[in-house]
Design a protein around this ligand. Structure first.
Ligand code: OOG
Ligand code: MG
Length: 264
């Protein structure tokens, strides 16, 4: 089997787990997988989605919060891809039975201007930071395709960083909040009760710093960057298991909020 064939095969196994809502064993239990190979599996999966009419709409970072990385037992920042089908849109709802074991994360998200898609991310004179136009509060719903939500760094990279769904609050022009985005309180409520609290400072010390990591990893592994990309900066608190019948509200003080409901 060639390297490409192996990537495609492993990507198909992960896609099947997602489609059938049936978790699989970690890939690294069956054989060695380097980080570069894991990114190749991830990007093979993204190419399969695109072939099926589900386009790339953005990128996401994982493990940008130390607490979050500790929760999952990993040690490095990872990059994943967001596609159109993951966007929950204006009335965010999770349909029971479509996801394996969803968890919710309160996040901050950036929007890049259309020009960002044209730049050479490997060019040291280029800075994705200069392309940020808007910022918003966001929800990410992660759903590992691995049994028990357990994985190594390579496993979770191959599984597109557990990306499953996301919802974005109202976009705010970056210039209105640039000076205070590095330290805003973040809360997550379940049916009105606070279940997690954090601060945007937990996201690499400053959520804007994530653009540097996105650029580095995207250049290194060959990630696509669409026009007007959405970039999820990473969770500000550890992820929380989602329960049917519960409405979750994320609030980033001074930036906005977004809610998602899990159907009964
Ligand atoms: C990987 C995804 C982590 C974040 O915001 O840190 C992530 C996982 O924990 O399953 O999205
Ligand atoms: Mg996340």
């Amino acid at each position: 089997m060639t390297v490409e064939e192996r990537s495609t095969t492993l990507a198909s196994e992960l896609a099947k787990a997602e489609r059938t809502v049936h978790p699989i064993a970690q890939l690294t239990l069956a054989g060695d997988l380097s980080l570069a190979e894991a990114y190749a599996v991830q990007l093979a999966g993204v190419a399969q989605r695109a072939d099926q009419g589900d386009p790339v709409v953005g990128l996401k970072l994982g493990f940008t919060s130390r607490e979050k990385a500790r929760q999952m037992g990993v040690h490095d920042v990872i990059l994943g891809v967001l596609t159109g089908a993951m966007d929950l849109g204006g009335q965010p709802r999770i349909v029971r039975g479509q996801l394996i074991h969803p968890r919710i994360e309160p996040e901050v998200t950036f929007r890049l201007g259309p020009g960002a898609a044209e730049v050479d991310l490997a060019d040291p004179r280029v800075s994705l930071l200069d392309h940020v136009t808007h910022v918003a509060a966001a929800v990410e719903v992660i759903d590992s395709r691995y049994r028990d939500f357990r994985f190594s760094l390579e496993d979770v990279v191959a599984d597109n960083t557990s990306a499953a769904r996301f919802a974005v609050g109202t976009w705010v022009p970056i210039d209105e909040v640039r000076h205070r985005i590095s330290s805003l309180p973040v809360s997550l409520r379940a049916n009105g009760e606070v279940i997690a609290e954090g601060n945007t400072a937990a996201i690499l010390g400053d959520p804007l710093a994530t653009l540097v990591a996105v650029q580095r990893l995207a250049a290194e592994h060959g990630h696509p960057l669409p026009a007007s990309a959405v970039v999820l900066a990473g969770a500000a608190t550890p992820a929380v298991v989602m329960t049917p019948g519960v409405t979750y509200d994320v609030e980033v003080t001074g930036l906005g909020g977004v809610s998602v409901r899990v159907e009964e």
